[in-house]
Design a protein around this ligand. Structure first.
Ligand code: IMP
Ligand code: MG
Length: 188
């Protein structure tokens, strides 16, 4: 097509929902809370790729404790904006979770299907504890009972982009979280 993705910026990037200063302030608060809650422990912080990569990178630096890091990538069998409920592991963890205080770092909790699957899968690997940090939470979209232990922001039902979140792999590098102007493509 010969159109570079940033030429979509004006037509697809809508209103700023959470600006970068507000995100950074909240990330520092979450880091402080986790630091208090995990005193004397060495939490193992698992970033869920790719959406949580930016949040993970900022959050780990806001935690004033020894930590270890790992990453995992999961995908659903549905399309890019619809979750089918079937989740597959695209990249597994490098390390065992046996006896570790595991914190899963997610970008957004939407229907909850991805996290529900992930928690079952990770629980079976024998962590000492297992908790979840989600930057964003859309409570009105939940299809399955699952909650995060730490939530950055509850947001209304908008499709959002930026700060790691994508639409069709674009816009992950935007520093603010904005509302996508175009709705998700209708299911075929
Ligand atoms: P869930 O299984 O429906 O909870 O979906 C979780 C995944 O869907 C997230 O990790 C995101 O990758 C993606 N997702 C859900 N809502 C949004 C959104 O508003 N913007 C970008 N990605 C989203
Ligand atoms: Mg995504």
């Amino acid at each position: 097509m010969g159109v570079h993705w940033f030429q979509h910026l004006n037509e697809e990037v809508g209103e700023v929902l959470i600006d970068s200063e507000t995100i950074q302030r909240r990330v520092r608060e979450l880091g402080a809370e986790i630091t208090r809650d995990y005193q004397g422990k060495t939490p193992h912080l698992i970033g869920i790729l790719k959406g949580a990569s930016i949040f993970h990178a900022d959050l780990v630096r806001a935690i004033d404790l020894g930590v270890s890091l790992d990453f995992m990538a999961v995908g659903s069998y549905g399309g890019s904006t619809k979750t089918s409920g079937e989740v597959r592991i695209l990249k597994d963890l490098d390390e065992s979770l046996e006896g570790k205080d595991v914190l899963v770092i997610e970008d957004i909790l939407d229907t909850g299907l991805t996290l529900h699957y992930l928690l079952q899968n990770l629980e079976s690997r024998g962590p000492k504890s297992l908790r979840v940090v989600a930057l964003l939470n859309k409570p009105s979209r939940r299809e399955i009972e699952v909650t995060a232990d730490y939530v950055g922001f509850d947001i209304p039902d908008h499709f959002v982009i930026g700060y790691g979140l994508d639409f069709d792999q674009r816009y992950r590098n935007l520093p603010n979280i904005s509302i996508l102007k175009l709705g998700p493509a209708p299911a075929p």
